[in-house]
Design a binder for this molecule. Structure first.
Ligand SMILES: [Zn+2]
Length: 142
C-alpha cells in the first residue's frame, strides 16, 4: 500500500469505482485546482475488490451532481485539522438539470434552444435518465 500523508484540511473521495477516478478528476475540474491533489487508482478494498481514491487538499466546491452521476458509490469525507468532520455517501441523483444532453437527434432540445433541460432517473442499474421532452433514455457517460 502506498503511503500518502494524511491531509490536514480538505476532501477525501473514497470508494470510487475503480477506473473512474480519472474521469472524476476531469469532470470535477480538479485539473484547474492549484492546491495539492492526489489521485490513487486500483487500491485494494475489502468491500469493492479495487477502488480509486482522490484527496483534495483544499476547500473545494464539489459538484455533487456530477460526482453522483459518475461515481454513485463514493464516500465523501470532509477533513479539518486532520480529522474527519463530516461524511457523505453519494447516490445517483434523481433529477439532473443542465448538464446532460439528449441523445435523440430529433428531440426538441437538440433543435431549439431550451431553458433548463432536466432528466429524471429511469434505471439506476444502467444509470439511464429520461429526457423531459421526448422520454428518450440517455446516460451521462456515453
Ligand atoms: Zn429528448
Amino acid at each position: 500500500m502506498i503511503n500518502v500523508s494524511k491531509i490536514k484540511k480538505g476532501i477525501v473521495l473514497d470508494h470510487i469505482e475503480h477506473g473512474t477516478g480519472h474521469l472524476l478528476y476531469k469532470a470535477l475540474k480538479l485539473d484547474e485546482v492549484d492546491d495539492p491533489i492526489v489521485l490513487m487508482q486500483n487500491i485494494n478494498s475489502s468491500s469493492m475488490g479495487k477502488k480509486d481514491l482522490i484527496k483534495i487538499e483544499t476547500d473545494f466546491d464539489l459538484d455533487f451532481t456530477v460526482l453522483g452521476l459518475i461515481a454513485p458509490h463514493t464516500t465523501v469525507n470532509f477533513i479539518e485539522d486532520g480529522v474527519r468532520v463530516k461524511k457523505l455517501r453519494m447516490e445517483l441523483p434523481e433529477k439532473v438539470e443542465g448538464i446532460m444532453k439528449c441523445k435523440n437527434p430529433r428531440c426538441i432540445s437538440n433543435i431549439e434552444k431550451v431553458e433548463t433541460h432536466s432528466f429524471t432517473l429511469a434505471n439506476p442499474d444502467t444509470k439511464e435518465y429520461k429526457c423531459e421532452y421526448c422520454d428518450s433514455l440517455t446516460t451521462y457517460m456515453e
